[in-house]
Design a protein around this ligand. Structure first.
Ligand code: MG
Length: 449
């Protein structure tokens, strides 16, 4: 069957792949599937109102009531759905993609990202046109809801040690990337007494400050500002503020594996042990940090909904991805950029400067490469590789082979005819050597298939 939902909802360039016609038809399918009261919110993209209106019209035509929450971070919509009688939610966002993109993402009644099986049910309704029949007198209405931003901010504050944060008197530079975090994060930091200098803190749909993916290149202003002000940390969100990336007090941009390791260690210590869940692609520095203080680690396939579901099943104390998407189970089972920022402030308030905490994280080097592989040969290649390789091999997602001081993961792309090869080692040269070896091995085996 043709797929609509990718790993992060339905995404496309507005008025090309993602048209109002598609959005309305998908809205009819979502309304048919969910029924009841459905909350909807957008990030600041220029097409937000258009896509929201089309999806909403479709949902109302199927008899659903639409609760319009306005502009919000994705986790704020998720928190609203989880905390109220809404049966589900729809987020209009393309997260970190360029401004010409937008997307439609569905949220289940408990606030988690909609399960694959339910997405498939919506796709089936969409393609079969088996929409709920609704006469004129049963058409749904649209209600404007205010206050979801405050509800979210207050929940975060109640989930952290706000007194410790206030008492520490920190100065922070906050970069909202002109995204949805502009609506909640400045207010959040204000309420917990953090002196905040805000960059790109006004919502602007063309993301004029910098592209909305929080990479090192895009955060040059933030790094500079943290250094010049001698701030305690820099905080950066992606476009829909479900992710947070940090700059430490020495002005170092921190790759997401570092902050994930620092937070994993803190959460395990706070809970007196416990399980941390993360995808197979995550750096070993997280496992090292967790095991060093008596916690355990569980690897999943790549994708935050999969991490969240595993956390629920196994009652994990913490989980997350190394792209800055961190999940705090007592708050909600989804990536939450606002909660991540507040919790990191708590960690620093209680345990000392972020640079010191980061220096305790073991250093690994990563080699990334890719090979072209037709979709139909992806399965056979993985089987052949797994058969050839001895020792500890993990097939949770692709083929991951461990060796002393590192590992290599060979993983098919879900969207392109390529395999990605990630190699981690304790020094740059050995990461590159192992990466080259695996690349030529994979290319050899592919030529024989
Ligand atoms: Mg995002």
């Amino acid at each position: 069957m043709t797929r609509l939902f990718g790993t992060n909802g339905v995404r496309g360039v507005v008025n090309q792949g993602l048209t109002p016609e598609l959005a309305m038809r998908l809205g009819k399918a979502i309304g048919t599937f969910m029924g009841g009261e459905i909350a909807i919110a957008t990030d600041p993209r220029t097409s937000g109102d258009m896509i929201k209106s089309a999806v909403s019209a479709g949902m109302m035509s199927a008899g659903a009531t639409v609760l319009d929450l306005g502009m919000l971070p994705t986790p704020a919509l998720q928190f609203y759905v989880k905390s109220t009688d809404a049966v589900g939610g729809v987020m209009i966002t393309a997260s970190h993609n360029p401004p010409e993109f937008n997307g439609i993402k569905c949220v289940d009644g408990d606030g988690t990202e909609l399960h694959r099986i339910k997405e498939e049910a919506i796709e089936t309704i969409h393609f079969d046109a088996s929409f709920g029949e609704c006469t004129w007198d049963m058409v749904g209405s649209m209600q404007t809801v205010t206050g979801a931003d405050r509800m979210y901010v207050d929940a975060i504050i109640s989930g952290v040690d706000a007194e410790a944060i206030r008492a520490s008197g920190m100065t922070v530079v906050l970069d909202c990337a002109n995204g949805a975090g502009s609506v909640t994060s400045p207010a959040l930091l204000d309420k917990i007494g953090v002196r905040t200098i805000t960059l790109n803190g006004n919502p602007q749909g063309k993301f004029p400050g910098h592209p909305s993916e929080p990479t090192e290149d895009h955060l040059a202003d933030l790094v500079k500002m943290v250094r010049e002000l001698g701030a305690d940390m820099g905080i950066a969100h992606d476009g829909d503020a479900d992710r947070t990336i940090f700059v430490d007090d020495s002005g170092r941009y921190l790759y997401g594996d570092k902050s994930l390791a620092v937070m994993s260690r803190y959460m395990v210590r706070q809970n007196g042990g416990g399980l941390v869940v993360t995808p197979v692609s995550t750096s070993s520095c997280v496992e090292d940090a967790v095991k060093a203080i008596g916690g355990s680690i569980e690897y999943t396939r790549v994708g935050s909904p999969i991490v969240a579901r595993c956390m629920i099943e196994k009652d994990a104390v913490f989980g997350g991805e190394e792209n800055g998407g961190l999940i705090f189970p007592e708050h909600q089972y989804c990536r939450d950029g606002g909660m991540t920022a507040a919790k990191m402030l708590e960690v620093v308030a209680i345990e000392g400067p972020l640079s010191k905490l980061v220096d305790m994280v073991p250093e690994y080097h990563v080699d990334k490469r890719k090979i072209v592989c037709p979709d139909e040969l992806k399965g056979p290649l993985m089987d052949a590789m797994a058969k050839r390789l001895g020792g500890r091999v993990d097939r949770t997602d692709g083929v991951k082979v461990f060796r002393d001081g590192g590992w290599t993961l060979i993983r098919p792309s879900g969207t392109e005819p390529i395999f990605r090869i990630f190699t981690e080692a304790q020094d740059v040269n050995s990461a590159r050597e192992h990466g080259e070896r695996f690349q030529s091995m994979a290319e050899d085996m592919l030529s024989q298939l």
